[in-house]
Design a protein around this ligand. Structure first.
Ligand code: SF4
Length: 182
């Protein structure tokens, strides 16, 4: 039986290396880099370039989404002072999962998911709830996951070190950069 085609939202190279290696055991996986949250643009370009390296290592097709940062800011600015894991992050998850669901439907994938639940700072239950909502809206199933389980995050740190990948020290948006600098 042919493997199911899954479109995997990717936010950064270290997360992609671990999660895509795992999913490739079971699925015909492709990556979708859609992260209009990342600030500044040089950081966006760096994370994208590192993700391209991972696509070469793990051997998957990588699709780049638009870098529509103005739109992202319009939706999130009201919550600029929320801490990480607050309401701003829920909107940020939703914008990225919505675009992934749309792309998966447009390109006739069998299902979609995101690598984001690998991070200890990301709420897997919220990601899964939002993913299922867009699955219904765009009629393409969402693979629920919590990739940080089974020491996933620790394994991803070791793997990305082995391949010399860049690991960012803030989540991505200008607000998370501001908070880190504080
Ligand atoms: S802290 Fe991370 S998840 Fe939250 S809004 Fe910023 S980039 Fe998005």
């Amino acid at each position: 039986m042919p493997q199911k085609k899954i479109l995997v939202h990717i936010c950064c190279a270290p997360d992609a290396l671990y999660v895509l290696s795992l999913l490739k055991e079971e699925y015909d996986a492709a990556g979708y880099f859609y992260n209009p949250n990342i600030y500044p643009e040089e950081e966006y370009r760096l994370r994208l370039a590192e993700t391209k390296k991972v696509a070469n290592i793990v051997k998957f097709n990588l699709i780049e989404g638009p870098y529509n940062q103005e739109e992202w800011t319009r939706f999130t600015i009201k919550y600029k002072d929320e801490p990480e894991k607050g309401r701003r992050c829920d909107i940020c998850y939703a914008l990225r999962l919505k675009s992934t669901a749309q792309k998966a439907s447009e390109l006739h994938f069998d299902c979609f998911t995101t690598v984001m639940s690998l991070s200890p700072l990301k709420k897997a239950d919220t990601l899964n709830r939002i993913g299922k909502m867009f699955a219904e809206r765009y009629n393409v199933p969402f693979l629920e996951a919590n990739f940080k389980k089974k020491a996933g995050f620790h394994k991803s740190v070791l793997l990305s070190r082995e391949y010399g990948l860049y690991r960012q020290n803030y989540c991505g948006c200008s607000y998370s950069l501001r908070d880190r600098e504080k």
